[in-house]
Ligand binder design. Structure first.
Ligand code: RP5
Length: 165
């Protein structure tokens, strides 16, 4: 694994980590060099802008950004970099993440944020999407992604066999 991170996993608070670690776990499983950081949009806006502005020159190929509530982190990062931003709505206490989803998915035309499902599945899928992006130029990684899909198929087929048990 290269030392330089290819993917940034960022979040608004350490309380988002229980969700965002599902992205980190997938990246680790595929051997993708990544970094995980808290970059709060409203509590450390200058740091957030600095992170976004340095992303391309640091070699980041994708930023997976998770946030909850008025989840402006993915959109604000996307406003400051052309590195693709993959947004993960984190489940909030009062509105269960529907607020986070709407905040992230409803970007006005011109600044896209690829938006995933609320919670753990969204975090994992954002990482799998980043893997697919990187695999476009990496045949070995593409093979590992195919193998991952094959394993999922085998697990799903085994479910039917269990029913006939
Ligand atoms: C957002 O506020 C974070 O992304 C987190 O989901 C939410 C709550 O943050 P904490 O109060 O747990 O630090 O900025």
């Amino acid at each position: 694994m290269s030392d330089s991170p290819l993917v940034g996993v960022v979040m608004g608070s350490s309380s988002d980590w229980d969700t965002m670690k599902h992205a980190a776990d997938i990246l680790a499983e595929f051997g993708i060099a990544f970094e995980a950081r808290v970059v709060s949009a409203h509590r450390m806006p200058d740091d957030m802008f600095a992170y976004a502005e340095a992303a391309a020159t640091r070699g980041l190929q994708a930023i997976i950004a998770g946030a909850g509530g008025a989840a402006h982190l993915p959109g604000m990062l996307a406003a400051k970099t052309v590195v693709p931003v993959l947004g993960v709505p984190v489940a909030s206490r009062h509105l269960q993440g529907v607020d986070s989803l709407h905040s992230i998915v409803q970007m006005p035309k011109g600044i896209p944020v690829a938006t995933f499902a609320i919670g753990n599945a969204g975090a994992a899928n954002a990482a799998l999407f980043a893997v697919a992006m990187l695999a476009h130029h990496d045949a070995a990684l593409r093979e590992r992604l195919h193998a991952y899909r094959v394993r999922q198929t085998e697990v799903a087929r085994a479910m039917t066999q269990d029913l006939q048990g």
